[in-house]
Design a protein around this ligand. Structure first.
Ligand code: NAD
Length: 483
């Protein structure tokens, strides 16, 4: 089968790599390669950075008014909305997420471009009321320069949008490095960036292995900031490389989120929330509610209901509307998830559901893992401490609020948490006491362009989304004028 080719964009022109090499990308549903992208090297990374720097320093972009930058972002949002179905199908083919979920994301992604488009001309400085009348002193908010945006494979377009929209609204230029496993939808988005009318060089792409282009991207002196979403080991390497050159960073890393169900909760809602919290995108979300903390009086009942509910889930082709659980994005990740299932068994956790590859012949070619539930998990087990990034739920019992807080916070991570209760005092208290960047009460997985998102502790540094995010792409200048 001929592989569909996608190319990079640098300085407004499509290009392959100087290495002459290509990187195949496979469909997780059947394991077959269907497309290829340039396997770039260091020289390609440098060319993209130089192009972004040139567009930041001269040409139309730095002269453009903030209002006009905002209009371009609005236009890009409209184009993404127009092409939502095409982009969704492309990303499903690349990473195996359900088409219905992808379509939902793509209907919402335009709002990020519109929100930050609207914000572009509301970035203001201040005149300072100094006690020296002969001096006029004011502050200006200025872009940082070239931003490198590095994204993972689990939600390529959405997680890129969270970076691209505020970075451009603030007046920066960008080099995008998508995951080596899922670059196609990002490269398709670049056609829309051009169609929207962004000047050449404002957004550039570099595809290929992180190890081959990452160090050049994160260490180059012309780069002002690295905005990274991915695993914590890679995040740490990115942070170290950026530190050498004193660059700004935003790091959105892993999670081991506690989803806490109290005995007074509406259990119909809590069970549904727990299921979507862990099994959506086959558990490949940084916010996965992978530790389900259940109060002892309802522990057996909730466990049973979860097993019944998840046991009915239909695994299948992510393009089909009846499919509820799709494949894992890469074969290596599938093996990693299976190895954690073995570890959990070895640690003495009780496997209540799943625990392997599905046996249905129609799924044999794909990288599937059965929805898996472990009971009798204690929080010191590796299955409760380490990010699995797959459809594996660990159920942990607790007695009371204090113990729930202690277990939830006994984690290196702090990305998100859920609380299910009908007691408003308890809801507010728990939201105060749990150490994570997001706390959902009687809901799970809600995100918005308006709500800051990011991690406590090892889940990251900085915030994406909301007013907070544009600040991450700006710096302040003080101007003193002797009158
Ligand atoms: P990863 O860390 O393996 O890769 C992420 C990106 O970093 C890829 O584009 C990769 O090519 C690049 N990369 C690899 N080595 C690099 C290097 N030395 N320098 C620069 N870039 C390099 O992550 P992944 O496996 O693609 O994604 C899964 C991880 O992402 C999970 O840990 C998950 O929790 C995390 N994640 C976090 C969030 C969040 O918002 N906090 C959201 C989604 C995913």
């Amino acid at each position: 089968m001929d592989l569909q080719r996608f190319e990079n964009v640098v300085a407004g022109r499509t290009c392959v790599s100087t290495t002459g090499r290509w990187l195949p990308t496979a469909n997780p549903f059947d394991g077959q390669a269907w497309a290829e992208v340039p396997r770039c090297g260091e020289d390609d990374a440098v060319s993209a950075i130089v192009a972004a720097h040139a567009a930041f320093e001269s040409g139309p972009w730095p002269k453009m008014s903030a209002t006009d930058r905002g209009k371009l972002l609005h236009r890009l949002g409209d184009l993404v909305a127009r092409d939502a179905e095409r982009l969704a199908a492309l990303e499903v083919r690349d990473n195996g997420k359900l088409y219905a979920e992808m379509l939902g994301q793509l209907r919402y992604i335009p709002e990020w471009f519109r929100y930050y488009g609207g914000l572009a001309d509301k970035v203001e400085g201040r005149v300072l009321p100094l006690d020296k009348p002969h001096l006029l002193t004011y502050t200006k908010r200025e872009p940082l320069g070239v931003i490198v945006c590095i994204t993972p494979w689990n939600s390529p377009l959405m997680l890129l949008t969270w970076k691209l929209a505020p970075a451009l609204a603030a007046g920066n230029t960008v080099v995008v490095k998508p995951s080596e496993f899922t670059s196609c939808s990002t490269l398709a988005l670049m056609e829309l960036v051009k169609e929207a009318g962004f000047p050449d060089g404002v957004v550039n792409t570099v595809t290929g292995y992180g190890a081959e282009v990452g160090p050049a991207l994160c260490g180059h002196p012309l780069v002002a900031k690295v905005a990274f979403t991915g695993g914590d080991a890679t995040g740490s390497a990115v942070y170290a490389a950026a530190a050498k050159g004193i660059k700004h960073v935003t790091l959105e890393l892993g999670g081991k989120s506690a989803n806490i169900v109290f005995a007074d909760a509406n259990l119909d809602h809590a069970v549904k929330g727990a299921i979507s919290g862990i099994f959506a995108a086959s558990g490949q979300t940084c916010i996965a509610g992978s530790r389900l903390l259940v109060q002892r009086p309802i522990y057996e009942q909730v466990s049973r209901r979860l097993v019944e509910f998840a046991g009915r889930a239909k695994l299948g082709n992510p393009m089909e509307s009846t499919t509820q659980v799709g494949p894992i994005t890469t074969e290596a990740q599938r093996e990693k998830v299976l190895s954690y299932i073995d570890i959990a068994r070895g640690e003495g956790a009780r496997c209540l559901l799943g625990g392997g590859r599905p046996s249905a012949p129609g799924l044999a070619g794909g990288w599937f893992v059965e929805p898996t539930i472990f009971g009798d998990v204690s929080n010191d087990m590796r299955i409760a401490q380490e990010e699995v990034f797959g459809p594996v739920l660990s159920i942990i019992p607790f007695e009371d609020e204090d113990e729930a807080v202690a277990i939830a916070n006994d984690s290196l991570y702090g990305l998100a948490a859920g609380v299910w209760t009908t007691d408003i005092r308890r809801a507010v208290t728990m939201a105060d006491r749990v150490r994570s960047g997001t706390v959902w009460v009687n809901t799970y997985r809600a995100v918005s362009f308006m709500a800051p998102f990011g991690g406590y502790k090892m889940s990251g540094i900085g915030r994406e989304n909301g007013l907070a995010a544009i600040e991450e792409y700006l710096q302040t200048k003080s101007v003193w004028i002797n009158l």
